[in-house]
Design a protein around this ligand. Structure first.
Ligand SMILES: Nc1nc2c(c(=O)[nH]1)N[C@H]1C(S)=C(S)[C@@H](COP(=O)(O)O)O[C@H]1N2
Ligand SMILES: [Mo]
Length: 249
């Protein structure tokens, strides 16, 4: 079970909460007090507590990047609303963060681009049998969820996307939402995210398969249950082609 306080405070708070708990374990005490780096302690703490879910996905170097990174699924939502956003270079785009939060947010792309960001070169694995290595850049999803003050009653984070007339959606739990490699990418391979790859904002949740990497995100909703959303299985592909909700790799 996720420790909700740990999941919600994130960042430095996550580290402190993790150390609190991990200090109870004799072996961990030794690590804590023999100068192992904070990150490594945090990593061990996440692995212990989340059964490996806190482990990091492999990261690669620029030399490993795929010369071609194909698009898949929707490659242009093509709705009048989306076309209007593209025509204006996303100046009118707003990301809404709502649901079980104390401070609902509506953020422009400029605001999102001004947040501290992470860069990661990772491998995308599609369930259909292709992979590609690309570079992703954007703020941690956790940073935005903390800013919105996600409530303790929330259990899942739902991404609502522009395609299929705005009905496409997918969801992850709070462990993945606050994972240190889970970002909202606004750049790919050092360029602003293209329409094919999910402009203006897509999720990277690196421990899961390609279909969990939601593109064209318009709204992020914190919810207690996935029951009332779409067909109730937590995502468009989950509802329509019976893909598993949890697609861990
Ligand atoms: N909104 C949205 N996100 C989506 C999809 C989609 O159809 N719509 N397809 C998914 C699938 S199956 C894959 S493999 C990846 C493809 O990402 P890419 O187009 O950047 O290669 O996006 C995922 N995210
Ligand atoms: Mo996919």
């Amino acid at each position: 079970m996720i420790d909700r306080r740990t999941a919600l405070v994130g960042g430095a708070g996550l580290l402190l909460a993790g150390c609190d708990q991990v200090a109870q374990i004799p072996a961990a005490r030794k690590l804590l007090f023999t100068g192992e780096t904070a990150n490594r302690v945090l990593q061990r703490s996440l692995q212990t507590r989340f059964g490996g879910r806190g482990a990091l996905a492999p990261e690669f170097t620029a030399a490993d990047m795929s010369p071609i990174f194909r698009g898949n699924g929707t490659q242009n939502p093509g709705t009048p609303q989306y076309d209007a956003l593209v025509a204006n270079n996303f100046a009118d785009y707003r990301l809404r963060i709502d649901g079980l939060v104390d401070r609902p947010l509506s953020l422009s792309l400029a605001q999102i681009r001004s947040l501290p960001a992470r860069t990661q070169i990772t491998r995308h694995d599609c369930v259909e049998g292709w992979s590609a290595i690309g570079k992703w850049h954007g703020p941690l999803l956790g940073t935005l969820l903390k800013a919105a003050a996600v409530r303790a009653s929330a259990r899942y984070i739902v991404c609502i996307c522009a395609d299929f007339g705005g009905t496409y959606y997918d969801s992850i739990d709070l462990i993945d939402a606050f994972h240190p490699q889970t970002i909202l990418a606004w750049a790919m391979n050092d360029q602003p995210l293209s329409v094919v790859h999910g402009a203006p904002l897509r999720l990277r949740v690196e421990r899961q398969l390609g279909y969990k990497q939601s593109k064209y995100i318009m709204e992020i909703k914190a919810v207690a249950s996935l029951d009332g959303i779409g067909g109730g299985k937590g995502g468009y592909w989950e509802d329509n082609v019976d893909y598993d909700w949890y697609a861990g790799i």
